[in-house]
Ligand binder design. Sequence first.
Ligand code: NAP
Length: 230
Amino acid sequence: MKLVIGGSTGFVGEELILQAIQNPAFTSIIALSRRETPLPPGSTKVKSVVCDDFEDYSDNVNNELKDADACIWTIAITPSKSTTFPFEETSKISRDYATTAIRTISSLRSDQSRPFRFVYMSGHFVARSLDELAAPVRAHGLVDYTLMRGEAEVQILEFAENSGGAVQASVARPGMIDSPNRERREIPGVPHVELRDVAASLLAQVVDGFEKDTLVNDDLTRIGQKALAK
Ligand SMILES: NC(=O)c1ccc[n+]([C@@H]2O[C@H](COP(=O)([O-])OP(=O)(O)OC[C@H]3O[C@@H](n4cnc5c(N)ncnc54)[C@H](OP(=O)(O)O)[C@@H]3O)[C@@H](O)[C@H]2O)c1
């Protein structure tokens, strides 16, 4: 299958690329980012595609994205970086780029008989309404950010629901993602998950089909570890 990884230069994106290259289920991988994705030498099934405008893809980018079977979308401004950008900019990058992606990539398929699968990477404390807001979100001044990411989740799941089966979507809500190469950070109330498990779980879900429309931290660990044990 042909897989698009949006945000292939990022922390999660890089791991997705490495695991997808090893996985025979993926015959073609598009590493989509705002700059060239450094690729391991000898990786013939992966192509780096640079996108200059994530709200309106060029013909060249559209051409590279056509007939994709799945996309894992990791582009976002993370909560820790969100304070350094105007909120409008953060919303555009974290919400609007993702909704443009699901809309555009799903429209570029000539064979609509198989579903197009899209994963939106979100986060542990993301909420779809004020009632769902966790106390630490208020304490850290992240109410607007958290609801904006929840809005993205809703828009993506609704797009799939309204597609008549042509598009399937799921949202991944990891806690803190740990990697041997990164210092472990603790935030009270936020669970941890290993980077390799997150990547393995998302890749397994786009191949096998989504277990549910919202994958929480424990789901990502369980599905990822099972996939890696195979
Ligand atoms: N890391 C965690 O512990 C964690 C925990 C929970 C949820 N998540 C979620 O998981 C997803 C991926 O996180 P991550 O840690 O991999 O993030 P990351 O390392 O910051 O990478 C995100 C990707 O977004 C791209 N990006 C950032 N600003 C952009 C812009 N203005 N235009 C186009 N691309 C832009 C980055 O490109 P460049 O490389 O060029 O900057 C990179 O490819 C995010 O949705 C995040 O909220 C992460």
